[in-house]
Design a binder for this molecule. Structure first.
Ligand code: C2E
Ligand code: MG
Ligand code: MG
Ligand code: MG
Length: 278
């Protein structure tokens, strides 16, 4: 009897594995189509100055506008796009679109001064791609953007497989004036050494820190320590994932530079962003 049960379970698993595999194959096929038909859209999430709470920039976050399934999160498709080699293409589109947007917004955001910046997430595969620096340079020139208003966000995990070339590219970008930002700070394995080795100007404190403030006292202690570290190194800070007023108040009390999170606004389409902020 128990043998019977085992066999059923085995066939159940192989069936669900089969479903998993076909789902994945279909997703890959659809993603290739999406890259050709360009079914992607950029959402923008505001970043505010910590003390004044005024808009100072936005992070560009990609979504896949699937014709039947609706909006698909980058968490679901970016890793697949990386695996099947679509990242250079998708990444080019993101960079180009965000820079075109930055040019338009900077013409219309006189009220914010000339400091409105856009952050773009860069995957490891883009960074190590031949000619990445030249591409950034071309886009900056084409859209007549001051390089420091383009922020490139790189996660700690991206740098795990870094090569000597990675360091050269980061240095070239930084020398050119691009702002480099270390994303999800504190979640990786080697946060501190990466700050020492690479020319980061901004550190994005992972949202797990601000979100643990209310759970235990350590959250606030870690935030305080991270902020002190950034100050000593002369690095600007952005706290990610601010969802509640108490969290906002902690960030202000500890003296971070910028904040980003649902408390202020969720990522939104261009038109909505313009309506709300410009
Ligand atoms: P990330 O760069 O760390 O982006 C922040 C993520 O946190 C976004 O998720 C954002 O919607 C979410 N978030 C913002 N505020 C809050 C908050 O208050 N609470 C919570 N719980 N979450 C918040 P999203 O848009 O799903 O993006 C997920 C990740 O996908 C990004 O993490 C980034 O690593 C990657 N990604 C997004 N767009 C791109 C892109 O254009 N290129 C590449 N290579 N990766 C991208
Ligand atoms: Mg990011
Ligand atoms: Mg992040
Ligand atoms: Mg992240």
């Amino acid at each position: 009897r128990s043998k019977e049960k085992g066999r059923n379970r085995a066939s159940y698993y192989s069936q669900s594995l089969h479903e998993e595999v076909s789902r994945r194959i279909e997703l890959e096929r659809e993603l290739r189509r999406a890259a050709v038909e360009n079914e992607f859209v950029l959402y923008y999430q505001p970043q505010v100055d910590c003390m004044s709470e005024k808009l100072v920039g936005a992070e560009a976050l990609i979504r896949w506008q699937h014709p039947e399934k609706g909006l698909i999160s980058p968490v679901e498709f970016i890793p697949i796009a990386e695996e099947i080699g679509l990242i250079p293409k998708i990444g080019d589109w993101v960079l180009e679109t965000a820079c075109a947007q930055l040019q338009r917004w900077n013409k219309n955001t006189a009220g914010y001064g000339d400091n409105f910046s856009i952050s773009v997430n860069i995957s490891a595969l883009e960074l190590n791609q031949q000619g990445f620096f030249a591409k950034v340079e071309r886009v900056i020139e084409q859209y007549e953007i001051s390089p420091q208003l383009l922020e490139l966000e790189i996660t700690e995990s991206t740098l795990i497989n870094s090569t000597p070339e990675t360091a050269q590219i980061l240095k070239a970008l930084s020398d050119y004036g691009i702002t480099l930002s270390l994303d999800d700070f504190g979640t990786g394995y080697s946060s501190l050494s990466q700050l020492q080795v690479y020319p980061f100007e901004v550190l994005k404190v992972d949202r797990s820190f601000v979100q643990s403030i209310e759970d235990n006292d350590d959250g606030a202690l870690f935030l305080e320590a991270i902020n002190a570290l950034a100050r000593v190194l002369g690095i600007k800070t952005v706290v990610e994932g601010v969802e509640r007023e108490t969290q906002k108040m902690w960030c202000q009390k500890l003296g971070f530079d910028r904040m980003q999170g649902y408390y202020f606004a969720k990522p939104m389409p261009t038109a909505m962003f313009e309506k709300q902020f410009l």
